[in-house]
Design a protein around this ligand. Structure first.
Ligand code: NDP
Length: 517
């Protein structure tokens, strides 16, 4: 694996001096530039790909045991270096200590151990029993073999969980990986790559391609599979580029997750969950609660509870544990999107019950905001806002809530609150989303045994679970005939009337006994 320094073309006095320019990395909570990273060219990406391919066979030869050992060391490394990682994440995202600790360190710690243990189980040879009589007595195997070189392209909202997190199963499967983190948040990936090297990952098995969109586009030209997390807009471009090369693409895209509050819900719990899961990470989570539908009888009480809780949240520069609840807006253009969604709603008749404006300060902050009197003519109910805003809409009944929840191009996550869990589950099953939580939200993401992925325009494919590592492999069907086999099979040449009729009768006997009702 290459260190950060080795991937930089030239180093002068410890400062990277790339040939084609560099990208400043800003702390969104202060507005200050904290580092610069190289903006890697297509040629540099091609060279990395060659190095990655050369390194892959040795890594594959480590076997599950050898690779698991490196992953377990990495798990320990993450815990030993948690403070340093959290500081890096906070500095490039402007998120709170808690958002970095819980949703990034907590995820990575679990993920390294999970894939070390379950990777081998999900990828071991599957011995198949077949109903096909012509292969009776033969050994049938479904084998998973690493694809070779995987490209991972990640977003800026969770540099460890979403960018780096997908590298873990790809590596565990025996692939080399090139990770292209968001240009906004490359430092966490670089730090983790350094950590993996300390943990014994061979040189060039994991490389970090810092750069902008063009660097990501160049990466797709060289890899055997692309794992992309980001916006639906960019996801389409990635899918088109992957289709051009006929390589698989797994796409984790945007969302507009609905929450449904039924009149028999525990309103205090529902209000706490609405507040937390809409404002956590300043609303910059693909599976944030982005809109709420509340049954008429409990609407007023729910709105009052949520508004009160949201008004109490402290927003500003995170200093350390317990300093603020809502941190910075990481990506500069996002602030304009958030403002435009709030302004559009207000112009169309929505009322602001909390927040509503950009928060003062040197960094980039938006006040935790509650909007009511909203409907589906407003952007805040139909487009991904990705900010600390919570629009709440009154609905007649559960059917209307389900209809409106499904009235979206997105289908990432959803949640339903009801004391009647059977009814809650029945409603959850009617929502077209990759995940639905009853009396909870977002928590499915932390369950690595469950698939996580989007329906509709929220994505293609899944991460986590068996599918979350098998996608980094090709499958090979192996059929082994025992040595004491007949010299030829019954259906072979020369064709004879008697054997042909015998076979036809046999098929009829085997498959023709059903009914046509
Ligand atoms: P973008 O789609 O803007 O960018 C994602 C990554 O793609 C970045 O690294 C970006 O580079 C890169 N990129 C840009 N153009 C291209 C291209 N033509 N070819 C290849 N790569 C390219 O997303 P954001 O970074 O703004 O992330 C926010 C989005 O991610 C939200 O929509 C959110 O919902 C979604 N997301 C989805 C998750 C999921 O699991 N479903 C999880 C987390 C976020 P650069 O940044 O340098 O331009």
């Amino acid at each position: 694996m290459a260190t950060v320094e080795q991937q930089v073309p030239e180093i002068q006095n410890g400062v990277p001096a790339p040939a084609t320019g560099e990208i400043p990395v800003e702390n969104p909570a202060t507005g200050q530039t904290i580092a610069t990273v190289p903006d890697m060219t297509a040629e540099q990406v091609a060279e990395m790909a060659a190095r990655g391919r050369a390194a892959q066979p040795e890594w594959e030869a480590y076997g599950f045991e050898g690779r698991s050992r490196v992953m377990r060391r990495a798990q320990k490394w993450v815990m030993d270096n948690a403070e340093r990682i959290v500081t890096t994440i906070m500095s490039e995202t402007g998120k709170t200590f808690e958002d970095a600790e819980l949703a990034e360190i907590g995820y990575a710690g679990n993920a390294f151990g999970f894939w070390a243990k379950y990777g081998p189980r999900y990828l071991e040879d599957e011995h198949i029993k077949s109903s096909q009589v012509l292969v009776k007595g033969k050994k049938l195997i479904n084998r998973f073999r690493p694809l070779g070189l995987i490209g991972v392209i990640g977003p800026w909202n969770y540099p460890l969980t979403n960018s780096f997190g997908d590298c873990i199963p790809a590596l565990m499967a025996g692939n080399s990986v090139i990770l292209k983190p968001s240009e906004v948040t490359p430092l966490t990936s670089m730090l983790l790559a350094e950590g993996m090297r300390e943990c014994g990952l061979p040189e060039n098995v994991l490389q970090i391609a810092t750069g902008r969109g063009q660097t990501g586009a160049a990466l797709i030209e060289h890899v055997d599979m692309i794992m992309f997390t980001g916006s639906t807009k960019t996801g389409r471009k990635v899918a088109e580029a992957a289709a051009g090369r006929l390589i698989p693409a797994s796409l984790e895209l945007g969302g507009k997750d609905p929450m449904i509050v039924l009149s028999d819900a525990d309103l205090e719990r529902a209000a706490n969950f609405a507040t937390y899961y809409s404002m956590q990470n300043a609303g910059q989570t693909c599976i944030s609660i982005e809109r709420v539908y509340v049954e008429e009888p409990v609407y007023d009480e729910f709105v009052s509870k949520v508004s009160e809780k949201v008004r109490e949240l402290r927003v500003g520069k995170p200093e350390g544990p317990g300093s603020v609840e809502v941190g910075a807006i990481t990506f500069p253009p996002q602030l304009e999107t958030i403002k435009s969604h709030v302004d559009d709603a207000v112009q169309k008749g929505a009322r602001v019950l909390a927040g509503g404006s950009q928060a003062p300060g040197a960094g980039r902050f938006f006040e935790p905001t509650v909007l009511v009197d909203v409907d589906h003519t407003m952007k805040c109910m139909t487009e991904e806002t990705f900010g600390p805003t919570l629009p709440i809409m009154k609905v007649r009944d559960a059917d209307e809530a389900v209809r409106l929840s499904n009235d979206s191009n997105y289908g990432l996550g959803a949640s339903v609150f009801s004391r009647n869990t059977e009814r809650g589950e029945a409603i959850a099953r009617r929502i077209h989303a990759g995940a639905a939580n009853v009396n909870d939200a977002m928590i499915n993401y932390t369950v690595l045994e469950l698939p996580m992925g989007g329906a509709k325009e929220s994505g293609l494919g899944t991460r986590h679970g068996a599918g979350g590592i098998r996608k980094y492999c090709s499958q090979q069907a192996i059929v082994v005939t025992p040595k004491l086999a007949m010299k030829k099979e019954i259906f072979m040449y020369p064709y004879k009337s008697r054997t042909s009729k015998l076979l036809a009768g046999f098929f009829k006997f085997m498959y023709g006994r059903g009914k046509r009702d």
